[in-house]
Design a protein around this ligand. Structure first.
Ligand code: NDP
Length: 295
C-alpha cells in the first residue's frame, strides 16, 4: 500500500491568505474601508507572545490594520473589560481577539462574553456558538474552520461520510462537529469516556484528532484510505534531549493506512491564522453590509 497523500497546510493557508489580501485590496480601493484586527495580550506568556507577533505580521501582510494591546500580567479584570468596551465601539476595529490563556485572576468566559459577537473573530462568544449550532451565519472558530477548508480541498463534497471527532472542547471539538453536521456528515464525537475508541475511529471516513495527547491515535485504529486531520500540537522530548513537535496522531503508522493526512507541523496550524484573517474580513464586510460572494 502506498503512503497517504500529505495535506499541505502551509501551501493551502498561503492561498487563503492571498485570497483574503485580494479582497482587502478591493475593499480599500472601492469602499475606502481597511479591515482592522485588535489583539489583546495580557501578561508575558512566551508562547502567546510568539502567536501575537505572528498574527500581527500576517494581518499587516494581508493589508489590514493591526492594533496590538499588550497589558501587564497584573492588569485587573475590569480594565480588560473597559478596553474591550472601547474596541467594541471603535469603528476602525472589525475583529477583536483576546489571546488565551488569560492570567488566573481574570474570568475568561466573562471576557469572551464582553466582546461584541459581530467582532468576535475567534468565534468563542455564546451567540456565535449558538448560531453555528442553529445553522445560521456566525463567526466560526478558526481552527475547526481551517480543518474544514482542508477537508473540502482534499475530498470535495463531504455529504454522507462518517466522521469521528476526538475531543469535545468549545474551541475545537464541538464547533468541528457542528461544521461537519452542516456538511451532512454522520458525526460521532468521542472523548475521554468513550468506550473502545479504536473501534469507533475504525468506522470513520474522516478522523479529526483534537485531544492534546501526543501520538495517541495509531495507524491500526484507522479505516484504510480515510482522511486524517491532526489538530494536536504537543512538544515531546526525544531520547537525545532535543524537543520535537508532534500531533495527536502517530504519524509514522497512520501514514501507512490513511488515504490523506495532515502533518504536524505544517498541517492545521498555519490554517488557524489564515482563518483569523478570513474571519476579520468577513466581520468587516458584515459590519459594513458588503457582500463577499465566492470567498
Ligand atoms: P482540550 O484539553 O480543551 O480538550 C481535549 C479533549 O480531548 C477533551 O474533550 C477530552 O475529553 C478529550 N480527551 C482527552 N483524553 C482523551 C482520551 N484518552 N481519549 C479520548 N478523548 C480524550 O483541548 P483543545 O480542544 O483545546 O485542544 C486539543 C489539541 O489541539 C491540543 O493538542 C491543542 O494544542 C491543539 N490545538 C491546536 C490548534 C491549532 O492551531 N492547530 C488550536 C487549538 C488547539 P473530556 O472532554 O472527556 O475531558
Amino acid at each position: 500500500m502506498t503512503d497517504a497523500k500529505l495535506i499541505d497546510g502551509n501551501l493551502f493557508s498561503a492561498k487563503v491568505r492571498e485570497s483574503v489580501a485580494a479582497r482587502v485590496a478591493e475593499m480599500v480601493e472601492h469602499h475606502k474601508i481597511t479591515p482592522g484586527l485588535a489583539v489583546v495580550l495580557v501578561g508575558e506568556d512566551p508562547a502567546s507572545q510568539v502567536y501575537v507577533r505572528t498574527k500581527h505580521k500576517r494581518t499587516v501582510e494581508a493589508g489590514m490594520n493591526s492594533f496590538e494591546h499588550k497589558l501587564p500580567a497584573d492588569t485587573p479584570e475590569h480594565e480588560v473589560l473597559l478596553l474591550i468596551e472601547a474596541l467594541n465601539k471603535d469603528p476602525q476595529v472589525h475583529g477583536i481577539l483576546v489571546q488565551l490563556p488569560l492570567p488566573k485572576h481574570i474570568d475568561t468566559q466573562r471576557v469572551i462574553e464582553a466582546i461584541s459577537p459581530a467582532k468576535d473573530v475567534d468565534g468563542f462568544h455564546p451567540v456565535n456558538a449558538g448560531r453555528l449550532a442553529a445553522g445560521g451565519d456566525s463567526l466560526v472558530p478558526c481552527t475547526p474552520l481551517g480543518s474544514l477548508l482542508l477537508l473540502k480541498d482534499t475530498l470535495g463534497k463531504l455529504g454522507g461520510l462518517d466522521a469521528v471527532v476526538i475531543g469535545r472542547s468549545n474551541i475545537v471539538g464541538k464547533p468541528m462537529a457542528q461544521l461537519l453536521i452542516k456538511e451532512s456528515c454522520t458525526v460521532t464525537v468521542a472523548h475521554s469516556q468513550t468506550r473502545d475508541l479504536p473501534g469507533v475511529v475504525r468506522r470513520a471516513d474522516i478522523v479529526i484528532a483534537a485531544v492534546g495527547k501526543a501520538e495517541m491515535v495509531k495507524g491500526d485504529w484507522l479505516k484504510p484510505g480515510c482522511t486524517v486531520i491532526d489538530v494536536g500540537i504537543n512538544r515531546i522530548e526525544l531520547p537525545d534531549g532535543s524537543r520535537k513537535l508532534v500531533g495527536d496522531v502517530d504519524f509514522a503508522s497512520a501514514v501507512k493506512v490513511a488515504g490523506a493526512i495532515t502533518p504536524v507541523p505544517g498541517g492545521v496550524g498555519p490554517m488557524t491564522i489564515a482563518c483569523l484573517l478570513r474571519n476579520t474580513l468577513v466581520a468587516c464586510a458584515r459590519l459594513h453590509h458588503l457582500s463577499l460572494k465566492g470567498l
